[in-house]
Design a protein around this ligand. Structure first.
Ligand code: NAD
Ligand code: UFG
Length: 341
């Protein structure tokens, strides 16, 4: 049985990916410093999978501490989710974002080299396409100018990994560019659990639907789109999780080098359509008002899914209605999020 080290495996996407790996016969070791997640996630994973996973509370920037994980386990592949991801916060504390996101990636690469681990999957983002609106974005679309330090960390790490691969020709590296991950596991036991007031659309709508927040402000309804609100490619987090299993299987059966895939559905959903879908899922209206545009937003962003379908064998299964109903289940089962211990 292959063992996958999942850094950031206690977080939103990481925890769903742990389940997909487990269901596909992989053993999993998790390394997470709980910077943006709670230990309760591990208990929830145990409930869902019927077993616990080896968990290390470790900062992936700390080479000595992280080396213990490689020392104590025979790791076959690494999926590197660990990182800070709040776009607005990255503008306020850019140095923390650069040092945490880039530092953790470099540390993981050093240890993979030292311990002879050859397969790496990295969580990149559609944000690397920048402000271009030449949609759909294909893997050949030019990299753009990012609008915030968070985006630049993804852009820079992609470059670092290309350079690392040139210097270490045995390495097999897969860059996955996620579009907008939303939704929750069907059990309602794990889901997105942001600290404080959410910045992203779905966690915000969920909290308005659940009554914790009073109203949603739609950022702009004068975009050049059919209904005036921005279009995004929302992808169910469980589809995204399955995409990681496909990526590991792809690396298992391919030569070394860097490969790159978009993970999205290929379909744009507007903010108004997302609200309507959520209203259908929760059965009542979502209180919302229209406000000014949010700086840095582009009108339209969605993926070309052709390459992932053809080469990775990945196709998203879930619809926007599935995403909303799973979000709503998670929200109603965990109105205050997860407990803090
Ligand atoms: P998340 O914050 O829920 O999960 C990240 C996890 O990494 C958290 O559990 C956090 O505690 C941990 N972590 C952070 N820094 C660490 C460090 N130095 N050492 C150990 N653990 C550390 O975020 P997520 O939404 O699950 O995102 C996972 C990855 O996917 C991130 O790299 C993120 O940038 C990327 N991504 C996310 C989105 C999205 O919209 N959620 C989109 C594109 C890319
Ligand atoms: N929106 C609102 N009101 C809100 C929150 C969001 O109208 O309260 C709108 C935004 O203006 C945007 C859409 O909802 O039009 C989606 O916004 P999100 O913040 O949920 O997502 P983004 O597309 O801005 O950003 C996401 C991730 C980033 C990633 C980017 C590109 O949060 O990490 O996708 O992949 F970089």
């Amino acid at each position: 049985m292959s063992t996958v080290l999942v850094t950031g495996g206690n977080g939103y996407i990481g925890s769903h990916t742990v389940i997909s790996l487990f269901e596909n016969g992989y053993d999993v070791v998790i390394a997470d410093n709980l910077a943006n997640s709670k230990m309760e996630v591990q208990r929830r994973l145990e409930k869902i999978c019927g077993r616990s996973f080896k968990f290390y509370n470790v900062d992936c920037c700390d080479e000595e501490a992280l080396s213990v994980v490689f020392e104590e386990n025979k790791i076959d592949a690494v999926i590197h989710f660990a990182g800070l991801k709040a776009v607005g916060e990255s503008v306020t504390i850019p140095l923390d974002y650069y040092s945490n996101n880039i530092g953790s990636m470099i540390t993981v690469c050093r240890l993979m080299k030292k311990y002879g681990v050859r397969e790496l999957v990295f969580s990149s983002s559609a944000t690397v396409y920048g402000m271009s609106e030449d949609v759909p974005f294909t893997e050949e679309s030019p990299l753009g100018v990012c609008t915030n330090p968070y985006g630049w960390t993804k852009w820079m790490i992609e470059q670092i990994l290309r350079d690392f691969s040139k210097a270490e020709p045995d390495m097999k590296i897969c860059l996955l560019r996620y579009f907008n991950p939303v939704g929750a596991h069907e059990s309602g036991l794990i889901g997105e659990d942001p600290r404080g007031i959410p910045n992203n659309l779905f966690p915000y709508i969920s909290k308005v639907a659940g009554g914790t927040l009073e109203k949603l402000t739609v950022f702009g309804d004068d975009y050049p789109t059919p209904d005036g609100t921005c279009l995004r490619d929302y992808i169910h987090v469980c589809d995204l999780a399955d995409g990681h299993v496909k990526a590991i299987q792809y690396l298992d059966s391919h030569d070394s080098g860097v490969c790159l895939f978009n993970l999205g559905t290929g379909k744009g959903t507007s903010v108004k359509e997302a609200i309507a879908a959520f209203e259908k899922a929760c059965g009542h209206p979502i209180n919302h008002v229209f406000g000014p545009r949010r700086p840095g937003d582009i009108a339209v962003c969605y993926a070309s899914t052709e390459k992932a379908e053809k080469e990775l064998g990945f196709k998203a299964r879930y619809t926007i209605d599935d995403m909303c109903s799973s979000c709503w289940k998670w929200q109603t089962m965990n109105p205050e999020g997860l407990s803090d211990n």
